[in-house]
Design a protein around this ligand. Structure first.
Ligand SMILES: [Zn+2]
Length: 134
């Protein structure tokens, strides 16, 4: 059972795409997106990448990471995450002359695949680098 909405089975596609919390996050990032029902996370992500410009790729990967982190904070730390109305995320900039790198990864055992993503931001919060591999 999904620990966030308690309304559906917890799968990767549910947690990152169709859960009510995830949907609120996606609607803030991509407010005009028409969301199709997908049963497979990889298929959903490929369709998503194909429907946005390349400059959105890093934001999509970061949002996937943030949604999963919110889920983990709830499950492991009993800390709830909310969607901010203005789309702002709570993220502290690193100190001057420091680059903060955030990394996350997932293994899809049923397919023998994996995904990894990272982003780096400077002390002004500007994106220095973002990478994702599936
Ligand atoms: Zn849910």
């Amino acid at each position: 059972m999904c620990p966030v909405c308690h309304n559906d089975e917890e799968t990767i596609i549910h947690s990152l795409a169709s859960c009510s919390f995830a949907r609120q996050c996606w609607d803030l990032l991509l407010p005009r997106m028409q969301w199709d029902v997908a049963v497979d996370f990889r298929q959903w992500l490929v369709c998503l990448f194909n429907s946005v410009s390349g400059e959105k790729y890093a934001e999509i990967v970061v949002l996937c990471w943030a949604i999963w982190r919110g889920r983990n904070d709830l499950v492991w730390n009993q800390k709830s995450t909310s969607v901010e109305g203005d789309g702002a995320c709570v993220w502290a900039n690193p100190l001057p002359n420091i680059v903060k790198v955030s990394v996350d990864a997932a293994v899809f055992g049923d397919r023998g695949g994996f995904a990894v993503g990272l982003f780096a931001r400077d002390s002004d919060g500007l994106l220095v680098e973002a990478r994702a591999k599936f």
